[in-house]
Design a protein around this ligand. Structure first.
Ligand code: HEM
Length: 407
């Protein structure tokens, strides 16, 4: 009889450079040994696709308990930590029904497939403008020069943030993103809360202007909802606008960066994509699956629930390792192979259930346009370095830089 594999949980350390550089071999070992794995901090790691998919859709699970935020990193209780809990609790991401549905429905119209389709020409224009600035260059950093600015310009325009203020959001969203990562320190929480205060103050002033002079933008629409008494307080409105800015920026930039890296490492597929543009939507799905920009999400069991024969006690947290589920060989044949023509590619990169990513249509459109514009503008595009480094985050997986030769 085959001995059952064992797994040293010490290898699953979100702060370790080994895991950040390449989590996938570690996920495979974890999934084989303990697909539902208890951790010393009381949360359970889930690494099989079928289990992840069913938990996300299961009403016996709710959002995580924000009072436990920081406990895994054993952070001391500070005013910033308390403020972070309160602010996150006002976003739809950390709300349960019925409050969740009310807030989500106020925002969701702006992200419907029809609205996103109507934005495509403008997204194309923004992508082309950014690439125009690189036309004379031989080399570029695709993260700094393209993948970051594109989504921030799109979401800032949707909200109605004036162009001259966009640069502010880059710093704010980078600091804010630390709140939904595993690796936390008091210093990171303090920085995130400073960014949160500055963003909220900025948006408060912008909202005041929009109240006097409404425009055809998302901020004005949310203010109208608040003023109609649609049960959206100003604090909730501001918290959810901050969520849209953060969620719409970092994640999409990482999809463009991780996706372009995979395509440049698989030149045959990049060439095929140039020749057969109808493969573009499938190629972006494969980028989302292969190197998912969000690696994990959490839920809390409202009752005792058996997952794969293992009893998860009521009130426990489960961490659904999206990146591991998306490489599960029981769901995706030959899961470590990057294949832009893969069929039945229903990955979990956008989560699932009631919190399924609100911006999924927009993120897909932006990534499709970004990859298409790059591939056609620079036919000789290639990596300009041997070693690639990922940022020091586990959950939001993205590159520090992506140096390329353009010509
Ligand atoms: C590649 C890009 C993106 C990825 C991989 C991504 C991923 C995710 C995931 C995994 C969740 C679900 C979290 C959970 O179930 O716990 C989520 C939720 C969410 N995302 Fe995205 N996202 C992306 C882009 C965007 C964009 C562009 C926006 C909007 C501008 C956005 C807005 C949201 C919002 C508002 C939620 C919360 C939905 C809710 O709680 O009902 N995301 N996203």
């Amino acid at each position: 009889m085959e001995p059952s594999p064992t797994f040293d949980l010490g290898r699953f350390n979100p702060a370790s450079p080994e895991l950040r550089a390449n989590p996938y071999p570690i996920y495979h070992l974890l999934r084989q040994a303990m697909p539902v794995c208890p951790t010393p901090v009381g949360a359970w790691l889930v690494s099989r696709y079928a289990d992840g998919e069913s938990i996300l859709a299961d009403k016996r699970f709710a959002t995580i308990d924000l009072n436990r935020l920081g406990q895994a990193g054993q952070l001391p209780e500070t005013p910033s930590l308390a403020a972070a809990r309160a602010a996150m609790g006002r976003t739809m991401l950390f709300m349960d029904p019925p409050r969740h549905g009310r807030i989500r429905s106020l925002v969701s119209k702006a992200f419907s497939p029809r609205m996103v389709e109507s934005l495509r020409p403008r997204i194309r224009q923004i992508a082309e403008d950014l690439l125009n600035t690189l036309e004379e260059e031989n080399e570029a950093d695709l993260i700094r020069d393209f993948a970051y600015p594109l989504p921030v310009i799109v979401i800032a325009e949707m909200l109605g943030v004036p162009p001259e203020d966009r640069a502010l959001f880059r710093r704010w969203t980078i600091d804010l993103a630390r709140l939904i990562d595993f690796v936390q320190s008091t210093e990171a929480v303090d920085r995130a809360m400073k960014a949160m205060e500055e963003t909220a103050e900025y948006l408060h002033t912008l909202a005041w202007e929009r109240r006097q002079n409404p425009q055809d933008d998302l901020l004005s629409a949310l203010i109208a909802a608040e003023e109609r008494g649609d049960r959206l307080t100003e604090d909730e409105m501001l918290a959810n606008v901050v969520l849209l800015l953060g969620a719409g920026h970092e994640t999409t930039a990482n999809l463009i960066g991780n996706g372009m890296l995979a395509l440049m490492k698989h030149r045959d597929q990049m060439e095929r994509l140039r020749r057969e543009p109808h493969l573009l939507p499938g190629a972006i799905e494969e980028c989302l699956r292969y190197d998912s920009p969000v690696q994990a999400t959490g839920r809390r069991a409202l009752e005792n629930v058996a997952i794969a024969g293992i009893e998860i006690p009521r009130d426990s947290h489960v961490i659904i390792l999206i990146g591991a589920c998306n490489r599960d060989p029981d769901r995706f044949p030959d899961p470590d192979r990057f294949d832009i023509t893969r069929d039945r590619n229903e990955h979990l990169a956008f989560g699932g259930g009631i919190h399924y990513c609100l911006g999924a249509n927009l993120a897909r459109a932006e990534a499709q346009i970004a990859v298409d514009s790059l591939a056609h503008r620079f036919p000789k595009l290639d990596l300009a370095c041997d070693a690639i480094e990922y940022r020091d985050m586990f959950n939001l997986r993205g590159l520090k830089a992506l140096p390329v030769r353009l010509a």
